[in-house]
Design a protein around this ligand. Structure first.
Ligand code: PLP
Length: 338
């Protein structure tokens, strides 16, 4: 199947597969006290500086672990109305932590200090849940990317008001590739306190990493990680995948490619009759409105998801393994149907 449905429809990059094989055929200490995990931790330190790393099976687990480290049950997480933690995790953060989520309307998936300011009135009022974390996704669920200035402004605002910044980095590699700066410059240097570092959507078989920069959040984190059932006994098989991802900038090469395929796709469909690119194509997603009559037949050839059933806005995702031929074939199929 060729698809533009999701970057987690894709398979495993051969280098990642090799890394898993490399960690096989021997016994190692379990629960992350092994040499493969130490090796991956070192590479994370090289990329981000001083950081505590916890490996998780999936993105929901990483987000819940992060949020658990920063919130008490009477506290709240401010997020966009489109945030994965709100819309696509079946209530996992609220169920597991007891905290509440305070969603805000955003046109482009990005939060700003101005949007959050009205929530400050809740602080100190015993009748209100207390805003404690600003959670952002980078890139966002709408395929947009926060600039460095936007990130810094949000982090400064959060810290000035007693809040932490959590970054859902399921697609952080795509965002950083788009920004053209280092991982460190786009995260910890902006003031991010805690984040998930996505692997699954960028060529891993499975796995994300929780990265903790703020010293205050480090002490309890390993216990929360275990309680949330994200500590894998054979942790080396997740960690070794990150070693491959962080070696020779594989993360950047794959994310850059996925982003380039999204740019190509947007360029090729731009101007076709009845086709409207609906959002800024900043990373590896293209949001597009197409005539209703072509949706089903096109989807029968190349699966993709409808983002908004009312406006018929579609979400086309490119992956590390999307090829130029696939993009051209997809556009040809669309042209014929139009
Ligand atoms: C923004 C975002 N965060 C997190 C995730 C991780 O989800 P999962 O728990 O399915 O790995 C996803 C996956 O779709 C996502 O798009």
């Amino acid at each position: 199947m060729k698809s533009f449905a999701s970057d987690n429809y894709s398979g495993i990059h051969p280098e990642i597969f090799k890394a898993i094989q490399r960690a096989n055929n021997l016994h190692e200490i379990s629960y992350g006290d092994d040499t493969f995990t130490a090796e991956a931790n070192q590479l994370f330190e090289k990329e981000f500086g001083k950081v505590t790393v916890l490996y998780t099976f999936n993105g929901t687990g990483a987000n819940v672990t992060c949020l658990k480290c920063c919130t008490l049950p009477f506290q709240a997480v401010v997020c966009s109305e489109f945030a994965h933690i709100l819309a696509d995790e079946c209530g996992a953060p609220t169920q597991s932590i007891g905290c509440s989520l305070l969603p805000l309307k955003t046109a482009d998936g990005k939060l700003t200090p101005e949007m959050i300011k009205p929530l400050l009135g809740r602080i100190g009022n015993v009748h209100n849940t207390q805003p404690r974390v600003i959670s952002i996704s980078q890139s966002t669920e709408l395929g947009t990317v926060y600039s460095i200035a936007e990130l810094k402004a949000l982090c400064d605002f959060a810290h000035a008001n007693g809040m932490y910044v959590h970054l859902d980095g399921a697609r952080i590699s795509n965002a950083v590739a788009a920004l053209g700066v280092s991982m460190k410059a786009a995260t910890v240097d902006c003031g991010v306190d805690i984040m998930s570092f996505g692997g699954t959507k960028n060529g891993l078989m499975m796995g994300e990493a929780v990265l903790i920069f703020n010293e205050e959040l480090k002490t309890n984190a390993p216990y929360f990680h275990k309680q949330i059932a994200q500590l894998f006994s054979k942790n080396r098989f997740i960690a070794t995948q990150f070693t491959a991802l962080l070696t020779d900038n594989l993360w950047l090469r794959m994310a850059t490619h996925a982003n380039q395929m999204a740019q190509l796709l947007a360029k090729e469909v731009n101007g076709l009759p009845g086709v409207k690119i609906n959002r800024s194509v900043d990373a590896n997603a293209v949001f597009v409105i197409i005539p209703e009559k072509v949706i089903q037949p096109l989807r029968a050839q190349y699966p993709f998801y409808e983002w908004d059933a009312e406006t018929h806005e579609q979400r086309w995702m490119c992956s590390f393994d999307t090829t130029e031929e696939e993009v051209i074939g997809f556009v040809k199929a669309l042209r014929e149907l139009l």
